[in-house]
Design a protein around this ligand. Structure first.
Ligand code: HSE
Length: 398
């Protein structure tokens, strides 16, 4: 029997408790022994919930119990999860987490501690919910040189954008629905301003390119600026607007960014709707790959955490190898990153051509005082230099 503890009985923590209970038999078969949840740490009470039998309010119960070999951290945020995780690892316990904020901020250090102590710090659920994308980058595509990662990594924003485009729903109503469905972060700014996707692409890119990419250096734009007119232009272009988190390796270096982008039907991410997430990874041997599934929600995220618990139980005194090095990756300047841009313009076609060169106009007959156009591929810097006050908005094209 392997004893585990869960810290945080919220949406994901309760899901982990449920998965480990509901699938006890199959998990026991896979590990070779039973995984027992000995403690669940939360400040609240849960009258009538079976969790009451193992509920504690004191982290020291977990820390000081030598039987507990695996700790699940589903508290979220940085405090006290950082301190608790550090102490648990230093005490020789493996930690499995869904906390992307903590992994992006302190993941390198926590992995180092785990290595010193011959245990594991595992974070499959931190990116893409139930999609096993961390395993893909850390253990599966290890023979490839990865040159591109692009994903829809935030379920809440994908849900909002899908509802706005397909159902004509208002932004605020769609956000409220996503919150009610348990997808959104405690502070939804983290979703809609792109911060959550930023942390996820920083984690994935660190694994893909083998050096630490700080989320603080990733250019990030959210979806709060996207409106119904943009959606109408997207329809006219036969494209969809998606919040993409992407990075790539070019001859000039590695770039990474999060921004709403227009994707066309040929892009695999066009077909990803609602709360679903998808990540495409391009490797120099494997070519294009796509990983798709539920990116948020209690059980899909819990499935990823519980999978890590099983890995930790199978490797109780052996740290699994990983290629995430502490050395910092210097990203290439945003100015040098290249895209085509869709532009809403309050001027004439001649003025647009004079500024941007060859353009492809897109007109919405119902709209006066502006028109839309698509530029050729250009650097961010060239775009900024060409842009004037007549540019109402620009959306990058993936
Ligand atoms: N708020 C996140 C999302 C939860 O919407 O994707 C999963 O990380």
């Amino acid at each position: 029997m392997v004893s585990a503890a869960i810290m945080g009985y919220g949406t994901v923590g309760a899901g982990v408790f449920k998965v480990l209970t509901m699938n006890r038999e199959v998990i026991t078969g896979r590990v070779g022994e039973e995984i027992r949840v000995k403690y669940v740490l939360d400040l609240r009470e849960f009258p009538g919930d079976p969790v009451m039998e193992v509920l504690t309010h004191d982290f020291n119960d977990i820390l000081n119990d030598p039987e507990v070999k695996i700790v699940v951290e589903t508290m979220g945020g940085l405090r006290p999860s950082y301190e608790f995780t550090r102490k648990a690892l230093l005490a020789g316990k493996s930690v499995c987490t869904s906390n992307k904020e903590l992994v992006a901020e302190h993941g390198v250090e926590l992995r180092e501690i785990a290595k010193e102590k011959n245990v594991n710090y595992l974070f499959e659920a931190s990116c893409g919910g139930g999609i096993p994308i961390i395993h893909v980058l850390d253990s599966a595509l290890t023979a490839d040189e990865i040159d591109g990662v692009a994903g829809i990594l935030n379920g809440t924003t994908n849900y909002i954008l899908t509802q706005m485009m397909d159902e004509g729903q208002e932004f605020a109503d769609a956000l409220k629905d996503a919150q009610d469905l348990g997808y959104a972060e405690r502070h939804p700014e983290a979703d809609i301003e792109g911060w959550d996707a930023c942390r996820k692409i920083a984690i994935l890119s660190s694994l893909a390119y083998g050096k630490h990419i700080s989320y603080k250096n990733v250019y990030t734009e959210g979806i709060t600026n996207i409106d119904a007119v943009d959606m109408s232009y997207a329809k006219a272009l036969k494209m969809k607007i998606r919040l993409l988190a992407a990075s790539g390796r070019t001859e000039e270096g590695v770039w990474a960014m999060v921004a709403p982008m227009l994707v066309d039907r040929d892009n695999m991410l066009y077909h990803v709707n609602g709360v679903l997430n998808a990540v495409s990874v391009h490797g120099n041997a494997v070519g294009d790959t796509l990983f798709y599934g539920s990116g948020a929600g209690s059980l899909p995220t819990a499935s990823a955490v519980a999978g890590d618990v099983i890995s930790a139980a199978r490797h109780l005194s052996r740290t699994l190898a990983s290629d995430w090095k502490a050395e910092e990756m210097e990203l290439m300047p945003l100015d040098d990153v290249r895209h085509a841009f869709f532009v809403r313009f309050a001027g004439t076609e001649e003025e647009a051509k004079a500024a941007f060169g060859e353009i492809t106009p897109v007109c919405l007959p119902s709209l006066s005082g502006e028109f839309g156009f698509v530029t050729g591929v250009m650097t961010e810097k060239a775009f900024e230099e060409a842009a004037s006050e007549k540019v109402i908005k620009r959306i990058r094209i993936a």
